[in-house]
Design a protein around this ligand. Sequence first.
Ligand SMILES: *Cc1c(COP(=O)(O)O)cnc(C)c1O
Length: 384
Amino acid sequence: MKKNDWNFATKVIHAGGEADKETGAIMPPIYQTSTYVQSSPGKHKGYEYTRSHNPTRSRLEENLAALENAKYALVSASGLSMIDLIMHSLPTGSNILCGDDVYGGTYRLFTTVFNKQHNYTFLDTTDLKSVEKHLKTKPELIWLETPTNPLLKISDIVAISKLAKKYKVKVVVDNTFMSPYFQNPLDLGADVVMHSMTKFINGHSDVVGGCMMTNNKSFYDKVWTLQNSIGPSQSPFDSWLVLRGIKTLAIRMEAHQKNAMKVAKFLETHSKVERVVYPGLKSHPQHRIAKKQMHGFGGMITFFLKGDIKKSKKFLEKVKLFALAESLGGVESLIEHPAIMTHASVPKDVRESIGLYDNLIRLSVGIEHVDDLIADLEKAFSFV
Ligand SMILES: *Cc1c(COP(=O)(O)O)cnc(C)c1O
């Protein structure tokens, strides 16, 4: 059976996972080395310097490519450094379309670093008419995050990719929230998919990392050359940790989703909750598209507490099992307040124009026992 025919749960364990040729070690060695000995100047075994290539990282890249059904994968030191490399790959003065509810760090990178180099237009990418109107202006690229962070808005990847092809616009999807287990943008027509591996892919809150996958060789070559020239390569040890974490991606995602569905239903009927946003709920505005393009609904929930910022703060102080922290996608449950924490770099008027209010709370539902998670939330509600 060829690697590409394997089911996902097999790929996460075996793609890039052959036993070590020298020793038979079943786990990949951590090649903790900066350089490689050459037998004659320029004569080597494919490895010259770890910024350029490292065997542990190569194994992770092989694994990741298989998970997104891609020919090429590139790993970098963080999700943002991968976004940075992709932006560097575009000609200066490029026009870029970007969803209006992207990760706060992406927004900051685009509006305070690359705004001197490219022109960004932010738009609601769930509105296909507006997307087409903007694509007609022939930008270089459209940047989609779906579901978005934190409003969990879902954009139709198939429809947008079709339109983008018509106008020769490249489509990049930040697939961090779904992980390759629940959504495969390349299969839906996107040109490039990227992830913050810090989140679900590694899943154990002990690594920062990023990656991108594509079938376009010249794009891959360009981004690899930029990574080698600029330098944000991931350390061998961090790549090894991701290789270890990724083995359980399939079962973790199933567990995240199972718990999240129960927590979302609990919140939806709670008297102190104004509104719940979870792609798996029928009440989600794009539930139909979610069912069509995702294989599941993930572990992220956003809800609006009845009341003001004071009540939100109190609630966040009173949860115990849900740790109050930025980030997401780890085995442990996290809770955060985007307006004060992850999205503080987005101006208040911009935040509120897209519905990111001060009573919005984001949950990353972990894989603990769901009864304990619900009990923790119930207790915190009793204080507000
Ligand atoms: C965290 C995150 C990023 C940035 O990744 P880092 O690994 O923190 O640099 C990008 N996009 C999304 C959706 C994220 O959640």
